[in-house]
Design a binder for this molecule. Structure first.
Ligand code: PLP
Length: 373
């Protein structure tokens, strides 16, 4: 045990506290205007995202899960269809496919933690309608490979970019490659609000029209109900917070990339550990480091040592990739994902960490390997 201050895996109060006055004045302004549902703040935030991503349509919705469900419905995916999705993802990706009446088919992962294009191709059947790449940990998949498969087999690409706002592959933003792309603004996301929030983007006018109707009770611009819809609107209050935070989003991303560089410099010599691709490893990829997910042969002992030293870590999805959820009817075991989940965990990654915090995490890891040899 050490007497050094603890470093939690995430730190909501610290992130709020460093900009408390400005955040409170954003909230106060919305409350004073009484602007709660689909007001100017939602539109302003949608406009800012539209310009940033260079897409035709952006819709703020209730959360990243509803974004996927609405996107799939708007793109016409439903009963009888299969959608290929990685097993290394949050249950929400697969659940959204199930909830629109289609079948999620699980693919294995590549060494960069993303969906493996060869595995995707091996899962295609005559029922396959779409591939759902998950832009995981703030990285965008190699979309050349996936777009080539989609083209060859006439499939749609529908992107779960919940973890990857701002991430790029060959200068194109995660979320903008397919029929639609989705984002989550869950509080721990790189762009997070004070509750649930999400967005859907599309360049397809018809898909956009469908999304607009679906998220607001099927109502058109005049308030007339013209289709079946639901209530899945981004709260205006959350939109105001997101719009405010989005103004400094570039700095947020740069700081995360800097933290990734410190981890990489300090940990890359350790044989037991595999690190994710570094920020400067490949000019085709621009990663925003939603998470810093590493592998370690001695994972459980290393996590315990970090915990004994006050350092919080996590295993993504509570340690369970989607294929392991046999209760949901999955029967196959993608071998690379299965092996990865014996070794993976995440180090702290957020902008309340100082350089000294990150260095201390690295020092504690080095100390572990000095002890175990
Ligand atoms: C990969 C992925 N997909 C979907 C979601 C669902 O987003 P939300 O929690 O906003 O519903 C999340 C995040 O939480 C996620 O990480």
């Amino acid at each position: 045990m050490t007497s050094a201050p603890s470093i939690p895996f995430f730190n909501y109060p610290a992130l709020f506290g460093r900009d408390e006055e400005n955040l409170l004045s954003v909230v106060r302004d919305v409350l004073r205007r009484g602007a709660y549902i689909l007001q100017k703040d939602v539109r302003d935030f949608e406009d800012a995202l539209r310009k940033y991503l260079n897409v035709k349509h952006v819709f703020g919705v209730a959360d990243g899960t509803n974004a996927l469900i609405i996107g799939l419905r708007a793109a016409g995916i439903g009963p009888g269809d299969e959608v290929i999705v990685p097993s290394h993802t949050y249950i929400a990706s697969a659940a959204s496919i199930h909830l629109v009446g289609a079948k999620p088919v699980l693919a294995d992962m590549a060494p960069d933690h993303m969906i493996d294009p060869a595995s995707v191709e091996s899962k295609i059947t005559k029922r396959t309608r779409a591939i759902m790449p998950v832009q995981l940990n703030g990285r965008t998949c190699n979309m050349d490979a996936l777009e080539a498969i989609a083209k060859r087999h006439r499939l749609m690409i529908v992107e779960d970019a919940a973890q990857a706002l701002g991430s790029r592959f060959k200068k194109r933003y995660a979320g903008t490659f397919g029929a639609f792309g989705t984002y989550s603004f869950y509080p721990a996301k790189v762009l997070g609000c004070f509750g649930d929030g999400g967005a859907i983007v599309t360049n397809d006018d018809q898909v956009g029209r469908n999304i607009a109707l679906l998220r607001d009770h099927g109502r058109d611009e005049n308030g007339n109900v013209v289709a079946w819809g639901t209530n899945s609107r981004l709260d205006n209050l959350q939109a105001a917070v997101l719009h405010y935070k989005f103004k400094t989003y570039g700095q947020e991303i740069e700081r995360r990339r800097e933290i990734a560089r410190i981890y990489e410099r300090s940990l890359s010599g350790l044989n037991d550990i595999s690190l994710p691709p570094g920020p400067d490893a490949d000019p085709n990829h621009f990663d925003v480091y939603q998470n810093y997910e590493i592998e370690a042969g001695q994972r459980d002992a290393l996590r315990k040592h970090l915990s004994d030293n006050g350092i919080g870590t996590m295993i993504q999805w509570n340690g369970r990739p989607v294929h392991s959820m046999r209760e949901l009817g999955f029967t196959e075991t993608p071998p690379k994902t299965e092996a990865f989940f014996q070794r993976c965990f995440m180090l702290p990654m957020h902008t309340a960490l100082s350089d000294a915090d990150v260095q201390r995490i690295c020092d504690v890891i080095h100390d572990f390997y000095r002890r175990v040899g």
